[in-house]
Design a protein around this ligand. Structure first.
Ligand SMILES: Cc1cc2nc3c(=O)[nH]c(=O)nc-3n(C[C@H](O)[C@H](O)[C@H](O)COP(=O)(O)OP(=O)(O)OC[C@H]3O[C@@H](n4cnc5c(N)ncnc54)[C@H](O)[C@@H]3O)c2cc1C
Length: 165
Protein backbone atom coordinates (compact mmCIF):
# COMPACT_ATOMS: atom_id res chain seq x y z
CA UNK A 1 0.00 0.00 0.00
CA UNK A 2 1.11 3.56 -0.59
CA UNK A 3 1.90 5.41 2.64
CA UNK A 4 -0.99 7.54 3.95
CA UNK A 5 1.38 10.46 4.59
CA UNK A 6 3.86 12.10 2.21
CA UNK A 7 6.72 9.66 2.86
CA UNK A 8 9.13 9.41 -0.06
CA UNK A 9 10.31 5.97 1.06
CA UNK A 10 8.07 3.17 2.29
CA UNK A 11 7.84 -0.56 2.90
CA UNK A 12 6.59 -1.77 -0.46
CA UNK A 13 7.49 -5.44 -0.43
CA UNK A 14 6.41 -6.85 2.91
CA UNK A 15 9.96 -6.43 4.22
CA UNK A 16 8.54 -5.08 7.50
CA UNK A 17 6.59 -8.33 8.04
CA UNK A 18 7.42 -11.42 10.06
CA UNK A 19 9.42 -13.61 9.44
CA UNK A 20 11.56 -11.29 7.30
CA UNK A 21 11.97 -8.85 10.18
CA UNK A 22 13.80 -11.58 12.10
CA UNK A 23 16.21 -12.18 9.23
CA UNK A 24 17.25 -8.62 8.40
CA UNK A 25 16.43 -5.20 9.80
CA UNK A 26 13.51 -3.79 7.81
CA UNK A 27 14.51 -0.98 5.46
CA UNK A 28 11.95 0.92 3.37
CA UNK A 29 12.82 0.31 -0.26
CA UNK A 30 9.78 1.60 -2.14
CA UNK A 31 10.02 5.06 -3.69
CA UNK A 32 6.95 7.25 -3.72
CA UNK A 33 6.27 10.82 -4.85
CA UNK A 34 6.00 13.01 -1.75
CA UNK A 35 2.23 13.28 -2.14
CA UNK A 36 -0.16 12.26 0.68
CA UNK A 37 -2.06 9.02 -0.05
CA UNK A 38 -2.45 7.88 -3.68
CA UNK A 39 0.05 9.45 -6.07
CA UNK A 40 -1.64 8.25 -9.27
CA UNK A 41 -3.21 11.66 -9.94
CA UNK A 42 0.18 13.33 -9.48
CA UNK A 43 1.74 10.86 -11.93
CA UNK A 44 -0.95 11.65 -14.52
CA UNK A 45 -0.41 15.43 -14.05
CA UNK A 46 3.31 14.96 -14.77
CA UNK A 47 2.61 12.81 -17.83
CA UNK A 48 0.06 15.27 -19.22
CA UNK A 49 2.44 18.22 -18.69
CA UNK A 50 5.14 16.27 -20.54
CA UNK A 51 2.74 15.73 -23.46
CA UNK A 52 1.94 19.48 -23.49
CA UNK A 53 5.63 20.19 -24.10
CA UNK A 54 5.51 18.17 -27.33
CA UNK A 55 3.76 18.82 -30.63
CA UNK A 56 1.53 15.77 -30.13
CA UNK A 57 -2.18 16.39 -30.61
CA UNK A 58 -4.38 14.68 -28.02
CA UNK A 59 -7.86 13.64 -29.17
CA UNK A 60 -10.20 12.40 -26.44
CA UNK A 61 -13.60 10.68 -26.69
CA UNK A 62 -12.27 8.77 -29.66
CA UNK A 63 -12.70 5.05 -30.28
CA UNK A 64 -10.22 3.33 -32.53
CA UNK A 65 -12.12 0.85 -34.68
CA UNK A 66 -9.61 -0.76 -37.03
CA UNK A 67 -6.17 -0.37 -38.51
CA UNK A 68 -5.75 0.85 -42.05
CA UNK A 69 -3.37 -1.33 -44.05
CA UNK A 70 -1.82 -0.57 -47.42
CA UNK A 71 0.52 -2.97 -49.19
CA UNK A 72 0.97 -4.95 -45.97
CA UNK A 73 1.92 -1.87 -43.94
CA UNK A 74 -0.15 -0.23 -41.21
CA UNK A 75 -0.62 3.35 -42.40
CA UNK A 76 -3.37 4.62 -40.14
CA UNK A 77 -6.37 4.09 -37.91
CA UNK A 78 -10.07 4.31 -38.49
CA UNK A 79 -11.69 5.90 -35.44
CA UNK A 80 -15.00 7.26 -34.26
CA UNK A 81 -14.39 10.81 -33.05
CA UNK A 82 -17.31 12.87 -31.76
CA UNK A 83 -19.63 10.30 -33.30
CA UNK A 84 -18.06 10.62 -36.75
CA UNK A 85 -15.98 8.09 -38.65
CA UNK A 86 -12.51 9.53 -39.25
CA UNK A 87 -9.34 8.18 -40.82
CA UNK A 88 -6.09 9.18 -39.12
CA UNK A 89 -2.87 8.75 -41.08
CA UNK A 90 0.19 7.38 -39.31
CA UNK A 91 3.69 8.35 -40.40
CA UNK A 92 5.72 6.15 -38.04
CA UNK A 93 3.39 3.30 -37.16
CA UNK A 94 0.57 2.78 -34.68
CA UNK A 95 0.98 1.84 -30.99
CA UNK A 96 -1.97 -0.10 -29.64
CA UNK A 97 -2.45 0.41 -25.88
CA UNK A 98 -6.16 -0.13 -25.30
CA UNK A 99 -6.29 -2.45 -22.30
CA UNK A 100 -7.26 -6.10 -22.03
CA UNK A 101 -10.34 -8.24 -22.69
CA UNK A 102 -11.88 -8.79 -19.25
CA UNK A 103 -15.24 -7.58 -20.53
CA UNK A 104 -15.35 -9.65 -23.71
CA UNK A 105 -17.09 -12.88 -22.72
CA UNK A 106 -16.40 -14.86 -25.93
CA UNK A 107 -12.69 -13.94 -25.79
CA UNK A 108 -12.50 -15.00 -22.12
CA UNK A 109 -14.19 -18.32 -22.93
CA UNK A 110 -11.74 -18.92 -25.75
CA UNK A 111 -8.47 -17.70 -24.25
CA UNK A 112 -8.78 -17.62 -20.47
CA UNK A 113 -11.87 -19.48 -19.18
CA UNK A 114 -10.52 -19.45 -15.60
CA UNK A 115 -11.18 -15.69 -15.56
CA UNK A 116 -14.91 -16.39 -15.85
CA UNK A 117 -14.81 -17.65 -12.26
CA UNK A 118 -13.88 -14.19 -10.97
CA UNK A 119 -16.52 -12.81 -8.62
CA UNK A 120 -15.61 -9.20 -9.31
CA UNK A 121 -14.05 -8.68 -12.74
CA UNK A 122 -12.02 -5.48 -12.65
CA UNK A 123 -11.22 -3.11 -15.47
CA UNK A 124 -13.06 -0.61 -17.59
CA UNK A 125 -15.93 -1.09 -20.02
CA UNK A 126 -13.40 -0.61 -22.78
CA UNK A 127 -11.49 -3.75 -21.84
CA UNK A 128 -13.24 -5.43 -24.75
CA UNK A 129 -10.14 -6.75 -26.51
CA UNK A 130 -10.68 -4.54 -29.51
CA UNK A 131 -7.03 -3.56 -29.92
CA UNK A 132 -6.00 -7.21 -29.68
CA UNK A 133 -8.48 -8.07 -32.42
CA UNK A 134 -7.33 -5.09 -34.51
CA UNK A 135 -3.77 -6.43 -34.35
CA UNK A 136 -4.96 -9.96 -35.10
CA UNK A 137 -6.73 -8.62 -38.15
CA UNK A 138 -3.32 -7.60 -39.47
CA UNK A 139 -1.85 -11.02 -38.80
CA UNK A 140 -0.32 -10.37 -35.34
CA UNK A 141 0.49 -13.37 -33.16
CA UNK A 142 -0.75 -13.39 -29.56
CA UNK A 143 1.10 -14.57 -26.45
CA UNK A 144 0.15 -14.84 -22.77
CA UNK A 145 -3.58 -14.77 -23.46
CA UNK A 146 -4.27 -17.36 -20.74
CA UNK A 147 -2.51 -15.37 -18.02
CA UNK A 148 -4.40 -13.31 -15.49
CA UNK A 149 -3.98 -11.66 -12.10
CA UNK A 150 -6.23 -12.70 -9.26
CA UNK A 151 -6.34 -10.71 -6.04
CA UNK A 152 -7.98 -11.20 -2.69
CA UNK A 153 -8.36 -7.53 -1.81
CA UNK A 154 -8.58 -7.80 1.96
CA UNK A 155 -6.81 -4.93 3.65
CA UNK A 156 -7.22 -5.25 7.39
CA UNK A 157 -6.17 -2.48 9.74
CA UNK A 158 -2.40 -2.69 10.23
CA UNK A 159 -2.87 -3.17 13.98
CA UNK A 160 -4.42 -6.64 13.47
CA UNK A 161 -1.98 -7.90 10.83
CA UNK A 162 0.03 -10.68 12.48
CA UNK A 163 2.03 -13.66 11.33
CA UNK A 164 2.12 -16.90 13.31
CA UNK A 165 4.21 -20.05 13.22
C1 LIG B 1 -8.36 -2.21 -9.29
C2 LIG B 1 -7.00 -2.21 -9.95
C3 LIG B 1 -5.88 -1.90 -9.19
C4 LIG B 1 -4.63 -1.88 -9.77
N1 LIG B 1 -3.56 -1.53 -9.00
C5 LIG B 1 -2.34 -1.47 -9.55
C6 LIG B 1 -1.20 -1.05 -8.77
O1 LIG B 1 -1.32 -0.76 -7.58
N2 LIG B 1 0.00 -1.00 -9.36
C7 LIG B 1 0.16 -1.33 -10.68
O2 LIG B 1 1.28 -1.24 -11.19
N3 LIG B 1 -0.89 -1.71 -11.45
C8 LIG B 1 -2.12 -1.79 -10.92
N4 LIG B 1 -3.19 -2.19 -11.68
C9 LIG B 1 -2.94 -2.59 -13.05
C10 LIG B 1 -2.81 -1.37 -13.97
O3 LIG B 1 -3.88 -0.48 -13.73
C11 LIG B 1 -2.84 -1.85 -15.43
O4 LIG B 1 -1.85 -2.83 -15.62
C12 LIG B 1 -2.58 -0.68 -16.36
O5 LIG B 1 -3.52 0.33 -16.19
C13 LIG B 1 -2.61 -1.15 -17.80
O6 LIG B 1 -2.29 -0.03 -18.60
P1 LIG B 1 -2.65 0.02 -20.12
O7 LIG B 1 -2.23 1.37 -20.62
O8 LIG B 1 -2.09 -1.20 -20.78
O9 LIG B 1 -4.22 -0.13 -20.21
P2 LIG B 1 -5.36 0.77 -19.58
O10 LIG B 1 -4.91 1.52 -18.37
O11 LIG B 1 -6.56 -0.14 -19.46
O12 LIG B 1 -5.63 1.87 -20.70
C14 LIG B 1 -6.24 1.54 -21.91
C15 LIG B 1 -7.00 2.75 -22.38
O13 LIG B 1 -7.44 2.53 -23.73
C16 LIG B 1 -8.77 2.99 -23.85
N5 LIG B 1 -9.39 2.24 -24.97
C17 LIG B 1 -9.86 0.97 -24.98
N6 LIG B 1 -10.32 0.65 -26.20
C18 LIG B 1 -10.13 1.74 -26.98
C19 LIG B 1 -10.40 2.02 -28.35
N7 LIG B 1 -10.94 1.11 -29.17
N8 LIG B 1 -10.09 3.25 -28.82
C20 LIG B 1 -9.53 4.18 -28.00
N9 LIG B 1 -9.24 3.97 -26.69
C21 LIG B 1 -9.53 2.76 -26.20
C22 LIG B 1 -9.41 2.68 -22.50
O14 LIG B 1 -10.55 3.48 -22.32
C23 LIG B 1 -8.25 3.05 -21.56
O15 LIG B 1 -8.27 4.43 -21.26
C24 LIG B 1 -4.47 -2.21 -11.14
C25 LIG B 1 -5.59 -2.52 -11.91
C26 LIG B 1 -6.85 -2.53 -11.33
C27 LIG B 1 -8.06 -2.86 -12.19
Amino acid sequence: MEPPDDSGLFFSGGEDSWPFTELVPAVPRGHNPKIPAAAGGFLMQCLLKAVERTTAQVITDATAQRLVVRDGEVVGVEATIDGERKLVAARGGVVLAAGGFMFNHPMLEHYCPTALKANVPLGTDHDDGRAIRMAQGCGAALVGMDEMEVATPITPPRAIVRGSS
